[in-house]
Write a protein that binds this ligand. Structure first.
Ligand SMILES: [Zn+2]
Length: 280
């Protein structure tokens, strides 16, 4: 009996019948692609209903498969894959390009901003956990980038909403201690405690979010990325929000994201004379 079972199982592995396995279909954004074997690649995607997908595309480097081009990072696709029970990796059966964000002539700063977006999305999305809001956020941020939204406000928008959707962003309408209104005057944020305090309760200790930054945060909450990143963000307000969001991300992810370090260097190198810096 045991031997027969093994034989059947071996047969099952060699000639998989996709009809006998659960097949999944969803739209997705490709976050990452890396080689597995000589002609196989693994792709990591975010999908609204399926959350994080990790699946293999077999033989795509060898056979010039018709869907190979659709599996580039930053592409918005429709994906069909099957997954044997207990297996971590699915097998891609079909992929169809909806829209390519990878074939654009991105300037270096925007390209690394999108890389940062996908790295952050990958760090936050979980397998088998529907993530429609995070998926829509990433898609909307890529679309805004394509429509030449201003880079720095777009970065802050994306970080704030990633934190919000992951439950890492403290509510910032009222002081965590006295309940006083902090919208107008700004506040001091404490990273470890996850609190926001008015000037009196904080003894002015913590990350300072001034009036302009606080007002920008309110706008982020109520506008689309395209809309918010259509106007420049005041430089000091941008720096205050960046410090808060980056420290919250680092605390909750355990380490800073590599792509953000590179992006920061590029933005700094471009200097005060560049278009995006001057406008942002
Ligand atoms: Zn207070």
């Amino acid at each position: 009996m045991g031997g027969r079972h093994c034989a059947l199982q071996a047969f099952y592995i060699i000639v998989p019948d996709p009809k006998a396995m659960p097949i999944f279909e969803d739209e997705a954004i490709v976050l990452r692609q890396y080689p597995l074997a000589e002609s196989d690649v693994i792709v990591v995607c975010i999908a609204p209903e399926l959350g994080k997908i990790r699946a293999v595309a077999h033989g795509i480097k060898k056979t010039k498969s018709r869907f190979a081009g659709s599996l580039e990072p930053l592409n918005h696709i429709r994906i069909v894959f099957y997954n044997r029970e207990g297996r971590e990796l699915g097998t891609i059966q079909h992929a169809e390009l909806i829209h390519s964000y990878s074939n654009k002539f991105w300037s270096l700063d925007y390209l690394f901003a999108l890389t940062f977006f996908t790295e952050l999305a990958q760090a936050l999305v979980q397998e088998n956990q529907p993530s429609p809001a995070l998926f829509r956020l990433l898609l909307a941020a890529m679309r805004a980038g394509e429509k030449k939204a201003l880079l720095l406000p777009l970065l802050r928008y994306f970080e704030v909403w990633c934190l919000k959707l992951s439950g890492f962003l403290p509510a910032f309408a009222a002081c965590s201690v006295c309940g006083g209104n902090i919208r107008e005057e700004g506040f001091f944020a404490r990273i470890q405690e996850g609190t926001v305090l008015c000037a009196d309760c904080s003894s002015r200790k913590g990350i300072f979010i001034g009036a302009a930054a606080s007002s920008a945060l309110q706008r982020i909450m109520t506008r689309s990325p395209e809309d918010f990143a259509a106007s420049p963000l005041e430089a000091e307000a941008g720096r205050q929000i960046e410090r808060w969001t980056q420290e919250l991300l680092e605390q909750n992810l355990g380490s800073p994201l590599k792509s953000y370090g590179i992006l920061k260097e590029i933005i700094t190198l471009q200097g005060a004379g560049s278009n995006s810096k001057a406008k942002n």
